[in-house]
Write a protein that binds this ligand. Sequence first.
Ligand SMILES: C[S@@+](CC[C@H](N)C(=O)[O-])C[C@H]1O[C@@H](n2cnc3c(N)ncnc32)[C@H](O)[C@@H]1O
Length: 364
Amino acid sequence: MPVGLVTLGYPWEMHLSLNRASSTSLPELAPESMPRRNRTQEDPTQWCLRRLGHLTNIVGDLAAIRPDSVYEQGPWTALKEIFLATYNSWIYSRIVPNFFDEWYYIDPLSGPGLVRIQDTGDVIAGSAIIAAATARTPFTKILLAEKNEESRFALCERLRRLRELGVDMDFEEPEEDCNVLLRRVGNRLPSRGSNFLAFVDLEGMEVEWNAFSALLSKLGDVIVTFNTGQIQRTWGSARAGNESHARAMDKFYGGTFWEAAGSADDLPEIYLRALAATDRPRTTRIRIHRENPPLMQDILFAARRTRGDNPWFDAVENRIKPKVEALTDESVRQALDIMTGRQHTLDWFLSARSGPQRTLGSFG
Ligand SMILES: C[S@@+](CC[C@H](N)C(=O)[O-])C[C@H]1O[C@@H](n2cnc3c(N)ncnc32)[C@H](O)[C@@H]1O
Protein backbone atom coordinates (compact mmCIF):
# COMPACT_ATOMS: atom_id res chain seq x y z
CA MET A 1 0.00 0.00 0.00
CA PRO A 2 1.72 3.21 -1.07
CA VAL A 3 0.80 5.13 2.01
CA GLY A 4 3.82 6.20 3.95
CA LEU A 5 4.88 8.67 6.54
CA VAL A 6 3.78 12.13 5.66
CA THR A 7 4.32 15.23 7.68
CA LEU A 8 2.70 18.39 6.52
CA GLY A 9 3.98 21.86 6.88
CA TYR A 10 1.76 22.94 9.74
CA PRO A 11 2.61 22.67 13.42
CA TRP A 12 -0.61 20.83 14.30
CA GLU A 13 0.07 18.19 11.69
CA MET A 14 3.67 17.34 12.50
CA HIS A 15 2.84 14.43 14.79
CA LEU A 16 0.56 12.62 12.38
CA SER A 17 1.50 9.87 10.02
CA LEU A 18 -0.48 8.01 7.38
CA ASN A 19 0.07 4.55 8.73
CA ARG A 20 -0.58 5.37 12.32
CA ALA A 21 -3.20 3.07 13.81
CA SER A 22 -4.34 5.64 16.29
CA SER A 23 -6.87 4.96 18.96
CA THR A 24 -7.06 8.61 19.94
CA SER A 25 -9.21 11.06 18.11
CA LEU A 26 -7.85 13.82 15.97
CA PRO A 27 -8.96 17.13 17.40
CA GLU A 28 -8.35 18.69 14.00
CA LEU A 29 -11.29 16.75 12.59
CA ALA A 30 -13.66 17.50 15.42
CA PRO A 31 -16.67 19.62 14.56
CA GLU A 32 -16.18 23.31 14.74
CA SER A 33 -16.95 24.62 18.16
CA MET A 34 -18.49 27.78 16.80
CA PRO A 35 -22.27 28.05 16.64
CA ARG A 36 -23.76 26.97 13.35
CA ARG A 37 -25.00 30.37 12.34
CA ASN A 38 -23.00 33.58 12.27
CA ARG A 39 -19.80 31.65 12.60
CA THR A 40 -16.67 33.67 11.98
CA GLN A 41 -15.14 32.78 8.69
CA GLU A 42 -11.73 31.22 8.52
CA ASP A 43 -10.29 31.65 5.07
CA PRO A 44 -12.19 28.93 3.15
CA THR A 45 -9.19 27.93 1.06
CA GLN A 46 -7.12 27.35 4.17
CA TRP A 47 -9.94 25.49 5.83
CA CYS A 48 -10.39 23.15 2.86
CA LEU A 49 -6.65 22.58 2.65
CA ARG A 50 -6.44 21.89 6.35
CA ARG A 51 -9.22 19.33 6.17
CA LEU A 52 -7.77 17.60 3.12
CA GLY A 53 -4.40 17.54 4.89
CA HIS A 54 -5.90 15.86 7.93
CA LEU A 55 -7.74 13.45 5.71
CA THR A 56 -4.56 12.31 3.98
CA ASN A 57 -3.15 11.60 7.42
CA ILE A 58 -5.86 9.09 8.23
CA VAL A 59 -6.33 7.41 4.85
CA GLY A 60 -3.79 4.77 5.92
CA ASP A 61 -5.86 4.12 9.03
CA LEU A 62 -9.03 3.71 6.92
CA ALA A 63 -7.19 1.55 4.37
CA ALA A 64 -6.25 -0.91 7.12
CA ILE A 65 -9.97 -1.75 7.40
CA ARG A 66 -10.85 -4.44 4.83
CA PRO A 67 -7.71 -3.52 2.85
CA ASP A 68 -8.79 -5.20 -0.40
CA SER A 69 -11.95 -3.16 -0.58
CA VAL A 70 -10.93 -0.17 -2.68
CA TYR A 71 -12.41 1.16 -5.90
CA GLU A 72 -9.88 1.24 -8.76
CA GLN A 73 -9.91 4.29 -11.03
CA GLY A 74 -7.63 6.40 -13.19
CA PRO A 75 -5.63 9.38 -11.89
CA TRP A 76 -8.21 11.92 -13.15
CA THR A 77 -10.42 10.68 -10.28
CA ALA A 78 -8.53 13.06 -8.02
CA LEU A 79 -10.06 15.94 -10.00
CA LYS A 80 -13.65 14.93 -9.31
CA GLU A 81 -12.89 14.31 -5.64
CA ILE A 82 -11.31 17.76 -5.37
CA PHE A 83 -14.33 19.27 -7.09
CA LEU A 84 -16.56 17.68 -4.46
CA ALA A 85 -14.25 18.71 -1.59
CA THR A 86 -14.00 22.32 -2.69
CA TYR A 87 -17.66 22.76 -3.59
CA ASN A 88 -18.70 21.21 -0.28
CA SER A 89 -16.28 23.02 2.00
CA TRP A 90 -16.02 26.25 0.08
CA ILE A 91 -19.63 26.77 -0.87
CA TYR A 92 -22.35 24.24 0.03
CA SER A 93 -21.71 23.49 3.70
CA ARG A 94 -20.87 27.13 4.43
CA ILE A 95 -24.02 28.53 2.94
CA VAL A 96 -26.90 26.06 3.11
CA PRO A 97 -26.93 25.59 6.93
CA ASN A 98 -27.64 29.29 7.25
CA PHE A 99 -30.88 29.00 5.35
CA PHE A 100 -32.24 25.50 5.97
CA ASP A 101 -33.18 23.38 9.00
CA GLU A 102 -31.83 20.13 7.52
CA TRP A 103 -29.25 19.39 4.86
CA TYR A 104 -28.34 15.97 3.51
CA TYR A 105 -25.48 14.48 1.57
CA ILE A 106 -26.74 11.85 -0.87
CA ASP A 107 -24.34 9.46 -2.55
CA PRO A 108 -26.26 6.74 -4.44
CA LEU A 109 -23.12 5.11 -5.92
CA SER A 110 -20.85 5.47 -2.97
CA GLY A 111 -18.21 2.77 -3.39
CA PRO A 112 -16.14 1.50 -0.41
CA GLY A 113 -14.94 4.95 0.70
CA LEU A 114 -11.43 4.67 -0.74
CA VAL A 115 -10.12 4.79 -4.30
CA ARG A 116 -6.90 3.19 -5.53
CA ILE A 117 -5.39 5.04 -8.47
CA GLN A 118 -4.63 2.56 -11.22
CA ASP A 119 -1.39 4.01 -12.57
CA THR A 120 0.28 5.03 -9.32
CA GLY A 121 -1.21 2.71 -6.68
CA ASP A 122 -1.99 5.72 -4.47
CA VAL A 123 -4.98 5.33 -2.20
CA ILE A 124 -7.15 8.42 -1.75
CA ALA A 125 -10.42 9.17 0.04
CA GLY A 126 -13.59 8.47 -1.92
CA SER A 127 -16.66 10.64 -2.19
CA ALA A 128 -18.53 9.68 0.99
CA ILE A 129 -15.45 10.12 3.18
CA ILE A 130 -14.62 13.40 1.49
CA ALA A 131 -18.13 14.75 1.90
CA ALA A 132 -18.21 13.85 5.60
CA ALA A 133 -14.76 15.25 6.33
CA THR A 134 -15.04 18.47 4.31
CA ALA A 135 -18.44 19.55 5.60
CA ARG A 136 -17.96 22.90 7.24
CA THR A 137 -21.09 22.16 9.28
CA PRO A 138 -21.92 18.44 9.56
CA PHE A 139 -24.71 17.17 7.34
CA THR A 140 -27.96 16.37 9.14
CA LYS A 141 -27.56 12.91 7.64
CA ILE A 142 -25.44 11.16 5.06
CA LEU A 143 -27.51 8.84 2.85
CA LEU A 144 -25.75 6.21 0.78
CA ALA A 145 -26.23 3.26 -1.56
CA GLU A 146 -23.75 0.68 -2.78
CA LYS A 147 -24.56 -2.51 -4.66
CA ASN A 148 -21.42 -4.46 -3.73
CA GLU A 149 -21.79 -6.02 -0.30
CA GLU A 150 -18.10 -6.00 0.59
CA SER A 151 -17.82 -2.33 -0.42
CA ARG A 152 -20.89 -1.53 1.64
CA PHE A 153 -19.41 -3.13 4.75
CA ALA A 154 -16.05 -1.43 4.18
CA LEU A 155 -17.74 1.93 3.72
CA CYS A 156 -19.71 1.63 6.97
CA GLU A 157 -16.69 0.52 8.97
CA ARG A 158 -14.60 3.34 7.53
CA LEU A 159 -17.24 5.95 8.29
CA ARG A 160 -17.51 4.64 11.86
CA ARG A 161 -13.74 4.89 12.17
CA LEU A 162 -13.82 8.41 10.81
CA ARG A 163 -16.37 9.27 13.46
CA GLU A 164 -14.14 7.76 16.16
CA LEU A 165 -11.38 9.98 14.84
CA GLY A 166 -13.50 13.04 15.46
CA VAL A 167 -15.54 13.73 12.34
CA ASP A 168 -19.01 14.65 13.48
CA MET A 169 -21.49 12.92 11.20
CA ASP A 170 -24.66 10.92 11.14
CA PHE A 171 -25.18 8.33 8.45
CA GLU A 172 -27.75 5.64 7.78
CA GLU A 173 -26.98 2.05 6.81
CA PRO A 174 -26.50 2.22 3.04
CA GLU A 175 -29.16 0.96 0.69
CA GLU A 176 -28.15 -1.69 -1.78
CA ASP A 177 -29.63 -0.08 -4.86
CA CYS A 178 -29.15 3.50 -6.01
CA ASN A 179 -32.66 3.81 -7.42
CA VAL A 180 -34.28 2.56 -4.23
CA LEU A 181 -32.34 5.19 -2.29
CA LEU A 182 -33.23 8.00 -4.70
CA ARG A 183 -36.95 7.16 -4.63
CA ARG A 184 -37.02 6.74 -0.87
CA VAL A 185 -35.18 9.98 -0.15
CA GLY A 186 -37.17 11.84 -2.78
CA ASN A 187 -40.41 10.74 -1.10
CA ARG A 188 -39.14 11.37 2.41
CA LEU A 189 -37.57 14.83 2.20
CA PRO A 190 -39.91 17.70 2.92
CA SER A 191 -40.49 20.20 0.15
CA ARG A 192 -39.48 23.10 2.36
CA GLY A 193 -36.84 23.64 5.03
CA SER A 194 -34.52 20.91 3.79
CA ASN A 195 -31.80 20.80 1.19
CA PHE A 196 -29.43 18.21 -0.25
CA LEU A 197 -26.15 17.86 -2.04
CA ALA A 198 -26.16 14.77 -4.28
CA PHE A 199 -23.00 13.33 -5.78
CA VAL A 200 -23.99 10.84 -8.48
CA ASP A 201 -20.83 9.07 -9.55
CA LEU A 202 -21.93 6.97 -12.51
CA GLU A 203 -20.00 4.02 -13.89
CA GLY A 204 -22.54 3.66 -16.68
CA MET A 205 -26.28 4.28 -16.64
CA GLU A 206 -27.19 2.82 -13.24
CA VAL A 207 -29.45 5.69 -12.23
CA GLU A 208 -32.94 5.72 -13.72
CA TRP A 209 -34.36 9.12 -14.44
CA ASN A 210 -37.66 8.18 -12.85
CA ALA A 211 -35.95 7.52 -9.52
CA PHE A 212 -33.63 10.52 -9.81
CA SER A 213 -36.54 12.84 -10.56
CA ALA A 214 -38.14 11.89 -7.22
CA LEU A 215 -35.11 13.43 -5.53
CA LEU A 216 -34.84 16.27 -8.03
CA SER A 217 -38.36 17.38 -7.09
CA LYS A 218 -36.87 18.54 -3.76
CA LEU A 219 -34.46 21.40 -3.09
CA GLY A 220 -30.79 20.68 -3.57
CA ASP A 221 -27.70 20.77 -5.76
CA VAL A 222 -26.45 17.92 -7.90
CA ILE A 223 -23.06 16.87 -9.16
CA VAL A 224 -23.16 14.06 -11.72
CA THR A 225 -20.00 12.45 -13.00
CA PHE A 226 -21.11 11.41 -16.45
CA ASN A 227 -19.18 8.55 -18.00
CA THR A 228 -19.58 9.83 -21.54
CA GLY A 229 -17.20 7.28 -23.08
CA GLN A 230 -19.16 4.39 -21.61
CA ILE A 231 -22.61 5.81 -22.36
CA GLN A 232 -21.51 6.52 -25.93
CA ARG A 233 -21.16 2.77 -26.53
CA THR A 234 -24.73 2.02 -25.44
CA TRP A 235 -25.97 5.00 -27.46
CA GLY A 236 -24.13 3.79 -30.59
CA SER A 237 -25.65 0.36 -30.24
CA ALA A 238 -29.13 1.79 -29.56
CA ARG A 239 -28.86 3.93 -32.69
CA ALA A 240 -27.85 0.87 -34.65
CA GLY A 241 -31.15 -0.75 -33.65
CA ASN A 242 -30.38 -2.68 -30.45
CA GLU A 243 -33.74 -2.48 -28.70
CA SER A 244 -32.62 -3.42 -25.21
CA HIS A 245 -29.97 -0.68 -25.35
CA ALA A 246 -32.56 1.78 -26.62
CA ARG A 247 -34.76 0.91 -23.63
CA ALA A 248 -31.75 1.38 -21.31
CA MET A 249 -31.19 4.84 -22.82
CA ASP A 250 -34.89 5.68 -22.35
CA LYS A 251 -34.72 4.68 -18.68
CA PHE A 252 -31.57 6.68 -18.12
CA TYR A 253 -32.82 9.85 -19.83
CA GLY A 254 -36.46 9.43 -18.81
CA GLY A 255 -37.60 9.41 -22.44
CA THR A 256 -36.31 9.45 -25.98
CA PHE A 257 -34.49 12.81 -25.71
CA TRP A 258 -31.18 11.03 -26.23
CA GLU A 259 -32.21 10.38 -29.84
CA ALA A 260 -31.48 14.06 -30.55
CA ALA A 261 -27.75 13.49 -29.92
CA GLY A 262 -25.69 13.91 -33.09
CA SER A 263 -22.41 12.97 -31.42
CA ALA A 264 -21.14 11.58 -28.12
CA ASP A 265 -20.45 15.13 -26.99
CA ASP A 266 -24.19 15.87 -27.07
CA LEU A 267 -25.03 13.10 -24.58
CA PRO A 268 -23.97 14.93 -21.39
CA GLU A 269 -25.37 18.17 -22.80
CA ILE A 270 -28.83 16.65 -23.17
CA TYR A 271 -28.64 15.21 -19.65
CA LEU A 272 -27.59 18.59 -18.30
CA ARG A 273 -30.58 20.21 -20.02
CA ALA A 274 -32.83 17.68 -18.32
CA LEU A 275 -31.29 18.62 -14.96
CA ALA A 276 -31.79 22.31 -15.75
CA ALA A 277 -35.45 21.62 -16.51
CA THR A 278 -35.95 20.50 -12.88
CA ASP A 279 -35.76 24.17 -11.88
CA ARG A 280 -31.97 24.11 -11.66
CA PRO A 281 -30.97 26.74 -14.20
CA ARG A 282 -27.49 27.27 -12.75
CA THR A 283 -25.66 24.58 -14.67
CA THR A 284 -22.15 23.96 -15.74
CA ARG A 285 -20.39 21.18 -17.56
CA ILE A 286 -16.76 20.35 -16.91
CA ARG A 287 -15.17 18.31 -19.67
CA ILE A 288 -12.47 15.82 -18.75
CA HIS A 289 -11.65 14.72 -22.27
CA ARG A 290 -8.46 13.65 -23.94
CA GLU A 291 -7.44 11.46 -26.84
CA ASN A 292 -4.42 9.57 -25.62
CA PRO A 293 -5.00 7.57 -23.54
CA PRO A 294 -8.68 7.99 -24.38
CA LEU A 295 -10.82 9.53 -21.68
CA MET A 296 -14.27 11.07 -22.00
CA GLN A 297 -15.78 12.02 -18.66
CA ASP A 298 -17.92 15.02 -17.80
CA ILE A 299 -18.77 16.54 -14.45
CA LEU A 300 -22.27 18.00 -14.62
CA PHE A 301 -23.35 20.47 -11.98
CA ALA A 302 -26.82 21.90 -11.50
CA ALA A 303 -28.19 24.20 -8.79
CA ARG A 304 -31.33 26.19 -8.16
CA ARG A 305 -31.26 29.93 -8.55
CA THR A 306 -31.00 31.55 -5.12
CA ARG A 307 -32.51 34.86 -4.07
CA GLY A 308 -29.06 36.42 -4.26
CA ASP A 309 -28.57 34.90 -7.75
CA ASN A 310 -25.91 32.38 -6.65
CA PRO A 311 -23.01 34.82 -6.20
CA TRP A 312 -20.67 31.85 -5.70
CA PHE A 313 -21.51 30.41 -9.12
CA ASP A 314 -18.84 32.56 -10.64
CA ALA A 315 -16.24 30.69 -8.57
CA VAL A 316 -17.44 27.33 -9.87
CA GLU A 317 -17.58 28.56 -13.46
CA ASN A 318 -14.48 30.72 -13.64
CA ARG A 319 -12.09 29.24 -11.13
CA ILE A 320 -12.79 25.60 -10.34
CA LYS A 321 -13.99 24.56 -13.82
CA PRO A 322 -10.96 25.79 -15.83
CA LYS A 323 -8.58 24.12 -13.41
CA VAL A 324 -10.32 20.79 -13.65
CA GLU A 325 -10.76 21.07 -17.41
CA ALA A 326 -7.11 21.83 -18.08
CA LEU A 327 -6.45 18.13 -17.56
CA THR A 328 -2.82 18.28 -18.40
CA ASP A 329 -0.64 15.54 -16.96
CA GLU A 330 0.66 18.21 -14.62
CA SER A 331 -2.77 19.25 -13.32
CA VAL A 332 -3.80 15.63 -12.75
CA ARG A 333 -0.53 15.00 -10.94
CA GLN A 334 -1.04 18.06 -8.76
CA ALA A 335 -4.61 17.05 -7.92
CA LEU A 336 -3.36 13.64 -6.93
CA ASP A 337 -0.55 15.18 -4.91
CA ILE A 338 -3.08 17.24 -2.96
CA MET A 339 -5.26 14.19 -2.34
CA THR A 340 -2.30 12.13 -1.13
CA GLY A 341 -0.72 14.85 0.97
CA ARG A 342 2.39 15.20 -1.20
CA GLN A 343 1.40 18.79 -1.97
CA HIS A 344 0.44 21.12 0.81
CA THR A 345 -1.06 24.04 -1.02
CA LEU A 346 -4.25 24.54 -2.91
CA ASP A 347 -2.98 27.66 -4.63
CA TRP A 348 -2.83 25.74 -7.84
CA PHE A 349 -6.48 24.82 -7.54
CA LEU A 350 -8.06 27.61 -5.61
CA SER A 351 -6.99 31.14 -5.96
CA ALA A 352 -4.91 32.38 -3.06
CA ARG A 353 -7.48 35.16 -2.92
CA SER A 354 -9.52 32.87 -0.68
CA GLY A 355 -13.11 31.80 -1.22
CA PRO A 356 -15.74 33.22 -3.45
CA GLN A 357 -17.47 34.99 -0.62
CA ARG A 358 -16.08 36.41 2.58
CA THR A 359 -19.35 37.02 4.37
CA LEU A 360 -22.56 35.13 4.36
CA GLY A 361 -24.73 38.23 4.42
CA SER A 362 -25.12 38.52 0.69
CA PHE A 363 -26.28 34.98 0.15
CA GLY A 364 -29.85 35.59 1.28
C1 LIG B 1 -17.75 5.15 -9.70
S1 LIG B 1 -17.95 4.06 -8.35
C2 LIG B 1 -18.18 5.09 -6.99
C3 LIG B 1 -16.94 5.74 -6.46
C4 LIG B 1 -17.21 6.64 -5.30
N1 LIG B 1 -18.26 7.59 -5.60
C5 LIG B 1 -15.98 7.38 -4.88
O1 LIG B 1 -15.78 8.56 -5.21
O2 LIG B 1 -15.18 6.78 -4.16
C6 LIG B 1 -19.57 3.44 -8.60
C7 LIG B 1 -20.04 2.47 -7.53
O3 LIG B 1 -21.41 2.20 -7.77
C8 LIG B 1 -21.67 0.86 -7.40
N2 LIG B 1 -22.92 0.47 -8.09
C9 LIG B 1 -23.09 0.02 -9.36
N3 LIG B 1 -24.40 -0.16 -9.63
C10 LIG B 1 -25.07 0.18 -8.51
C11 LIG B 1 -26.45 0.24 -8.15
N4 LIG B 1 -27.42 -0.13 -9.00
N5 LIG B 1 -26.79 0.68 -6.93
C12 LIG B 1 -25.83 1.06 -6.04
N6 LIG B 1 -24.50 1.01 -6.32
C13 LIG B 1 -24.13 0.59 -7.52
C14 LIG B 1 -20.43 0.11 -7.82
O4 LIG B 1 -20.32 -1.09 -7.08
C15 LIG B 1 -19.34 1.13 -7.50
O5 LIG B 1 -18.81 0.90 -6.22
